[in-house]
Ligand binder design. Structure first.
Ligand code: CO8
Length: 258
C-alpha cells in the first residue's frame, strides 16, 4: 500500500518502489525506512511480484541516515533501540532480487542501501560515498563491510577514511555498479533488467540469489558445497525439466515456478 513517503507500481511482475519523501534528498528517517521495509516484505510475500526495482528521486537515491534525528541520541538510546540495525536486517532478508536504480546522491546509509540490493544500475549523475567520518561517526549499515567486498580494501578505505565520494563511472570501474546509463533511462533500464529476471523460474532465481549471497558469508569450500546441493536439488523441479527439454527441443521454456 503506497504511503506519502513511498510510491509503488507493479508491471509484468516487477514492482518499482520509489523513495519519495518531502525532501528530495531522501534522508532515511525511521518512517521512510519502516515504509520501505513494509513494501519490500509485501513484495516478497506477493506471488504476483517476481523482482523489485528500488529507486529514489532525480536528486538522490538517499543522502544517508536522518542526521537531524541523531542529535538527541545518547549511547543507551542507540544501543537499546538497536538504532538502525533493527530494520536494516529486514532488507537483506528479502529473497526476491532487488535492482537498485541510483540517480544523484547515494551517501552514507544511501550507499549502504544500494549495496544491500542485488544489482546496482547507476545514472550518470550518481555519486556514491561514505561521508560519515566528517560527522564524527562510523558507517552503521555495512559501509565498512560491504564496500570493501564490492570495491576492494584500498578504495573502500579511501572512501570511508576521507569521506571522498566517487562518480558513477568510477563506481562501475570498481565493481560497485553493474551498468551506467543516462539519468532519464535508469529506472526503465532497471525495470528491463528486473523483467529479464522475472521471466525465469522464481525458485531458481531465489536459489541463485541465496547462493551468490552465501559466497560472502562462507569459505570457498562451504560455498561450493552449498551451490552443489542447490544444483542437485534443482533436479526435483519441474522448471529444471522444462528448461532442459525446451533447450533440446529448440523452443522457449514455459516456466511454472514449480
Ligand atoms: N539527514 C537529514 N537532513 C539532510 C540530510 C541527511 N542525511 N542530507 C541533507 N539534509 C537536509 C539539509 O539539512 C537541508 O535541510 P534544511 O534545508 O532544513 O537546512 C536539506 O536537506 C538540503 O540539504 P543541502 O542544502 O545540504 O543540499 P545540497 O544540495 O547543498 O547538498 C548533500 C546535498 C551533498 C547531499 C548534502 O545535503 C549532504 O552532505 N548531506 C549529508 C550527507 C551525509 O553526511 N550522509 C551520511 C549521513 S550519516 C549515515 O548515513 C549513517 C549511516 C548509518 C545507517 C543508515 C541507515 C538509515
Amino acid at each position: 500500500m503506497p504511503t506519502s513517503l513511498l510510491t509503488e507500481e507493479t508491471e509484468n511482475g516487477v514492482v518499482v518502489i520509489r523513495l519519495s519523501s518531502d525532501n528530495p534528498l531522501n534522508p532515511l528517517t525511521d518512517e521512510l525506512v519502516d515504509a520501505l521495509v513494509s513494501a519490500l516484505e509485501r513484495a516478497d510475500a506477493d506471488p504476483g511480484v517476481r523482482a523489485v526495482v528500488l529507486t529514489g528521486s532525480a536528486k538522490a537515491f538517499a543522502a544517508g541516515a536522518d542526521v537531524k534525528a541523531m542529535v538527541p541520541l545518547g549511547y543507551c538510546d542507540a544501543f537499546q533501540q538497536d538504532y538502525i540495525g533493527r530494520n536494516w536486517d529486514a532488507v537483506r532478508k528479502v529473497r526476491k532480487p532487488i535492482v537498485a536504480a541510483v540517480r544523484g546522491y547515494a551517501l552514507g546509509g544511501g550507499c549502504e542501501l544500494a549495496m544491500m540490493c542485488d544489482i546496482v544500475l547507476a545514472a550518470e549523475s550518481a555519486v556514491f560515498g561514505q561521508p560519515e567520518v566528517a560527522l564524527g561517526i562510523v558507517p552503521g549499515a555495512g559501509g565498512t563491510q560491504r564496500l570493501p567486498r564490492a570495491v576492494g580494501k584500498s578504495l573502500a578505505m579511501l572512501m570511508c577514511l576521507t569521506g571522498k565520494s566517487i562518480t558513477a563511472a568510477e563506481a562501475q570501474r570498481a565493481g560497485l555498479v553493474a551498468e551506467v546509463v543516462p539519468d532519464d533511462e535508469v529506472v526503465r533500464a532497471a525495470q528491463q533488467t528486473a523483467g529479464a529476471i522475472a521471466r525465469h523460474s522464481l525458485p531458481v532465481v531465489m536459489a541463485i540469489k541465496e547462493a551468490v549471497n552465501r559466497s560472502f558469508e562462507s569459505s570457498l569450500n562451504e560455498g561450493l558445497l552449498f551451490e552443489r546441493r542447490l544444483f542437485h536439488a534443482g533436479f526435483a523441479l519441474h522448471d529444471q525439466k522444462e528448461g532442459i527439454a525446451a533447450f533440446t527441443e529448440r523452443r522457449s521454456p514455459s516456466f511454472t515456478d514449480r
